[in-house]
Ligand binder design. Structure first.
Ligand SMILES: [Fe+2]
Length: 342
């Protein structure tokens, strides 16, 4: 089990090895941004630089001065936009290391923050053909949703928890589903601002009634039957789509259609149980959501190998799985949008 103390030690040890392995004449040391995201602190005791490779040679630009206060969220924004490592002056490295030994690691996040495979990074966005425009649209839509949600209610509590654990499996999952839903939307004539609001709400809250990544990963009747859980836990999973929709229904500012989409997100109109025999009267939006969620779940299991060929293989596998024509069409649109065969 990873404890806070063992995690701190592991970080300090690996940072020391970064220092030892760096070229001795290089005044800058490259440090993965992930290290900064592990710790709760306002300043790091060192200037933080990014490196630009120019034809005239490398140029280091100061990103954050050492005396400036900033939060983990500031750094997360860089991280999500694709920055994976920053640079510290070798002379300031001991100050950084010292800070690291003193600091408090945020509670509950230690294990997920260590997991390289669970973060959304540039590599994942590139292989999915998601450009900055889509990321920006999603960010704006999420900001708008946060305003709508307000504070001190079940949705606000859930979203706060999700964002605090923003490198967790579930955050990566809902964020990627939202990105891909936005990505495929412009292939449809029902694309609109109000649909995008509905999608953002549904993406973020469709599993609000589940409180474990293990439960979220269960997506079929067979998986639910096989898993070793108590009857109460199995009931919770069985009823989660209906329960999540119920939570949304209690909230006055939910965009039109969001709770229906949430109730039907496993293809069952009542929101209870799972099916592979999808009813014919699901909306095109629900069909697309089911396909995108399925794709994202499989994609996040790639374990770091986010290559085009793996994505193609994944589409081939999913094509075997879906027989109904509306699902095949949705999958084809997704495939074209991701693999740029437009
Ligand atoms: Fe679900």
């Amino acid at each position: 089990m990873i404890t806070e103390e063992s995690e701190k030690q592991a970080c300090v040890e690996s940072l020391k090895s970064i220092q030892e392995n760096a070229l001795s004449d290089d005044p800058y040391l490259a440090v993965p941004l992930n290290y900064f995201l592990k710790i709760k602190v306002k300043t790091y005791g060192c200037d933080i630089f990014i490196k630009l490779n120019k034809t005239s040679g490398a140029q280091y630009i100061k990103l954050l001065p050492k005396e400036e206060c900033f939060t983990r969220d500031d750094l997360k924004r860089y991280f999500v936009s694709g920055l994976e490592q920053v640079f510290i002056l070798r002379a300031q490295f001991p100050n950084f290391l010292e800070k690291f030994e003193e600091i408090e690691i945020p509670e509950k996040t230690s294990e997920v923050l260590f997991s390289e495979s669970l973060k959304i990074n540039r590599k994942q966005l590139d292989v999915l053909n998601i450009d900055e425009m889509v990321v920006k649209m999603v960010e704006e839509s999420v900001a708008q949703m946060m305003k709508n949600v307000g504070q001190k209610n079940a949705l606000a509590v859930f979203i706060k928890k999700l964002q605090e654990e923003s490198l967790s499996y579930n955050y990566s999952r809902v964020y990627l589903i939202t990105l891909l839903m936005f990505k495929v939307l412009d292939a449809y004539d029902w694309n609109s601002i109000s649909i995008r609001k509905t999608i953002t709400f549904a993406c973020f809250f469709h599993d609000i009634s589940l409180n474990s990544d293990e439960f979220i990963k269960i997506k079929s009747k067979t998986q639910l039957e096989k898993v070793e859980l108590s009857k109460e836990e199995k009931d919770q999973i069985y009823n989660h789509a209906a329960k999540s929709a119920e939570i949304l229904d209690k909230f006055p500012r939910v965009p039109m259609g969001a709770s229906t989409l949430v109730r039907e997100h496993h293809g069952v109109k009542s929101g209870q149980g799972f099916t592979e025999n999808y009813p014919a009267n699901l909306s095109p939006l629900t069909v697309m959501f089911i396909v995108v969620e399925d794709f994202v779940g499989e994609f996040l299991d790639f374990n770091q190998d986010f290559s085009k060929s793996k994505v193609e293989q994944l589409f081939d596998n999913l094509e075997q799985k879906y027989s109904k024509s509306v699902f095949c069409q949705a999958l084809t649109v997704l495939r074209l949008r991701i693999l740029q065969q437009e």
